[in-house]
Write a protein that binds this ligand. Sequence first.
Ligand code: K1U
Ligand code: ZN
Length: 167
Amino acid sequence: MPLLKILHYPDPRLHKVAKPILHVDEEIRRLAADMAETMYAAPGIGLAATQVDRHVRLIVVDVSEEKNRLMTLINPRITHKEGEAVREEGCLSVPGIYDKVTRAERIRLEAMNLDGQIFQMEAEGLLGVCIQHEIDHLDGKVFVEYLSRLKQNRIRSKLLKQEREAM
Ligand code: K1U
Ligand code: ZN
């Protein structure tokens, strides 16, 4: 299965809002499998379809040490948020940049699985943070947008310079 190319900030395609998935078909299942392989290879603990330039509401997440608890969430929607927690985040679309972000400590969400069944779940800790981070991607938001304008400008310049030097 092919590894997918991950878009890097400040690529404007990272700000597109993803569309809901109406039918879970073979194409969606293939995309989910390719995204999981790309996430594990990166390596990362999450990946949103937006990051691989596919603008549909699909995310994959696996925060386990053993990398054996893959979750594929279709049309994920947060239905309840509770508390506040500050955690250091990274992003495969913003390589080499880590910073603290404040998010809800606990979330409840609704999503569909690859069999097209809707389910509810609760998440906290790293899983909760990662799901919130990935849903932000589907809404066209990159974690650096929680940082100061000064930091955002520095990150943009640094990554543009890295891209130029890699060419
Ligand atoms: O969305 C992404 O770009 C994936 C991102 C998810 C994430 C990490 C930390 C906090 C919130 C969301 C990553 O996976 S960055 C890489 C990373 O954190 C990691 C990589 C290997 C092992 C452990 C963590
Ligand atoms: Zn990210």
